[in-house]
Design a protein around this ligand. Sequence first.
Ligand SMILES: Nc1ncnc2c1ncn2[C@@H]1O[C@H](COP(=O)(O)OP(=O)(O)OP(=O)(O)O)[C@@H](O)[C@H]1O
Ligand SMILES: [Mg+2]
Length: 267
Amino acid sequence: MSSQEVTTMATTFAEAAETVEHAARIEHVSKSFATPGGQQLVLDDISLDVAPGEFVTLLGASGCGKSTLLNLVAGLDRPSAGSIATDGRPALMFQEHALFPWLTAGKNIELALRLRGVAKNERRERAERLLELVRLQGSYGKRVHELSGGMRQRVAMARALAQDSQLLLMDEPFAALDAITRDLLHDELTRIWAETGVSVLFVTHNVREAVRLAQRVVLLSSRPGRVAREWRVDIPQPRRIEDAPVAELSLEITEVLRGEIRRHGQH
Ligand SMILES: Nc1ncnc2c1ncn2[C@@H]1O[C@H](COP(=O)(O)OP(=O)(O)OP(=O)(O)O)[C@@H](O)[C@H]1O
Ligand SMILES: [Mg+2]
């Protein structure tokens, strides 16, 4: 290959790299809060990209700034420094389902469809399809209090998907569920992620959950939150939380996390 060809190839790669889109691009983001004791630096110089269709988990000890970072990506708050760009407006899902109790499961989803401008005559059918996607067919008319915790989180997932966003932000959405229900919802989320091609940024302090779900695990340190390390997870899906490779990698990550916690004097 001539040197000119090599140069041309290099230029082409550089151009391609520049045109790569990101579901989210977090660049040198810092965040401080005003507290009675002065400014508290919670996030310090965080840079992180989520590629289109990628599943990333953000892992860290309690109080390290995971929710703060997710809220910034969601546009609910602004960084003190740095910049965040997302491909369209992200959809959000929290630990609490935040469904409207006076609406049925179906109507909760339809509300999200209405907010993004879906015509009235299409909403019902789409809501039914989304309920099917989360395996809640037949629950359209159920009220929130008639649903179990796991079912509520499924409706919340369907409602987040109704926004048709390229990026789904999830803040410990399964933390309040029992282990078996959580296991089932991990399976559902993995399947839905593969079926829809949505990008996911998933926050958790549960190491096994992070490894069970993600293609990449990003560990945040505490006080202030910085990217301490990241791991690519090449274990084929579907994984089970008790699979040996999941357990092995979880052990390795837990050791590093423990070191981080010791260093920053957290419990
Ligand atoms: N609006 C705010 N004003 C002042 N301090 C805040 C605010 N929001 C968060 N903090 C502080 O920022 C730090 C990080 O909080 P954050 O909720 O992001 O942690 P987290 O990693 O999500 O924790 P957990 O795993 O317990 O949910 C905490 O010390 C918290 O007190
Ligand atoms: Mg949090």
